[in-house]
Design a protein around this ligand. Structure first.
Ligand SMILES: *Cc1c(COP(=O)(O)O)cnc(C)c1O
Length: 383
């Protein structure tokens, strides 16, 4: 099989698996127990938290383990919204192409009387900082917070979050970013980038599914979503998912120390894909050609149905996607592609390739041999 859907999920790396293994077997204690066996586990969780904090330049007590990137997004946004309410601030600024974990939460808050302001992302899929400045200039006093993702999961474009963080800081507005797709591809330094809160997920970076991280700078008070025991310093109840916590700390350590070689390799492969797909008639690269990570390449091919393209490649053992995994069973065109100004037809005529450090040049060669033939075949059949 040729797996090119790493933006949906990734394989667990061998190093991560072996770091986790003892906690699936012998080391099964509960960190809340007061005996030595339990305290040992608590110590291990502390070390994992220290590793994560160091990798993103945060303080140890600013790191919270959650069940997923989705939970981290929900938690950050809910907390900032409640804090805003207390201060009479009811506007939230975001972008038009956030992940559903952000969008759906914002939609609920809209029903709860918040006003959502979505910044445009233009044809190249990049937020323009002066748009944010304009909004904050007009109504910074009413803005509860800003949430803008770092790297878009469908098209791979990188948002100027350091500048966004700077502007938010100048206006005294809290800033949350969903960095699920950027960690390991772009440097994350929560201080330099002036992030107030940031969401991460394990299974996009070769850790297991079911583990997420929320970074929250000390000045921001989180509102617990899950109530019960005193885990996560009383902010998130539930016995810790110890093995996954060990796994995600290991994965972040690897991801943040191998950015350069990974980038070099994936950019080269992405360039090869783009050179070949550009030659296909009536093809269109979605998202900026330069301001992107190497790992995600997204094209539309006029006159075809993306689902048919994905299914035909599937029959050849090549696993790719169109739209995001969360939306791909619906007939709705991707909100991300529509936000770039694509027609519904072009948004549906779409293919996303997402690579990881395990992707080989041989796999990409097979992909670029297959796609032109499949596209031509589908076009000649009229779909
Ligand atoms: C996958 C993803 C999420 C959700 O993370 P889960 O751990 O799967 O809940 C959030 N944001 C982005 C950008 C993602 O790619």
């Amino acid at each position: 099989m040729i797996y090119l859907d790493n933006a949906a999920t990734t394989r667990i790396s061998d190093e991560v698996l072996s770091a986790m293994m003892p906690y699936l077997t012998d080391k099964y204690g509960n960190a809340s127990s007061s005996h030595t066996f339990g305290r040992g586990i608590a110590g291990t969780i502390d070390s994992a938290r220290t590793i994560v904090a160091e990798c993103i330049k945060a303080q140890v007590d600013e790191i919270f383990f959650t069940s997923s990137g989705s939970e981290s997004d929900n938690w950050a946004i809910r907390s900032l919204a409640y804090a805003g309410l207390v201060n009479g601030k009811r506007k939230i600024v975001s972008s038009a192409f956030e992940h559903h974990a952000v969008i759906r939460t914002l939609e609920l808050l809209q029903k709860e009387s918040f006003e959502i302001i979505l910044l445009p992302v233009y044809e190249n899929g990049v937020v323009v900082v002066s748009d944010l400045e304009r909004v904050l200039n007009e109504s910074a006093d009413d803005v509860a917070f800003v949430t803008i993702m770092h790297v878009n999961n469908e098209i791979g474009t990188i948002q100027p979050i350091e500048e966004i963080g700077l502007v938010c800081n100048e206006y005294g507005v809290p800033f949350h970013t969903d960095a699920v797709q950027s960690i390991g591809n772009v440097e994350i330094d929560v201080q330099k980038q002036r992030m107030g809160l940031m969401s991460l997920s394990g299974h996009k970076i070769h850790a297991p599914k079911g583990i997420g991280i929320l970074y929250a700078k000390k000045e921001f008070e989180l509102t617990p979503l899950i109530i019960g025991g005193k885990q996560e310093r009383g902010y998130r109840a539930g016995t810790e998912n110890v093995m996954a916590i060990i796994g995600v700390a290991k994965a972040i350590q690897i991801a943040t120390t191998s950015i350069l070689p990974k980038n070099e390799k994936l950019r080269k492969l992405a360039k090869k894909i783009m050179e070949n797909f550009d030659k296909i008639e009536k093809s269109k690269l979605n998202g900026d050609r330069e301001k992107r990570i190497g790992g995600i390449v997204n094209y539309s091919f006029e006159g075809i149905v993306g689902d048919m393209l994905v299914n035909t490649l599937d029959c050849q053992g090549i696993y790719v996607s169109n739209g995001s995994a969360c939306a791909s069973d619906s007939l709705d065109a991707s909100h991300v592609l529509l936000s770039l100004g694509l027609s519904r037809e072009m948004a549906l005529a779409n293919l996303r390739i997402s690579m990881s450090e395990y992707t080989t040049e041989d796999e990409i060669d097979k992909l670029i041999n297959a796609v032109p033939v499949v596209v031509e075949g589908l076009r000649s059949m009229g779909n």
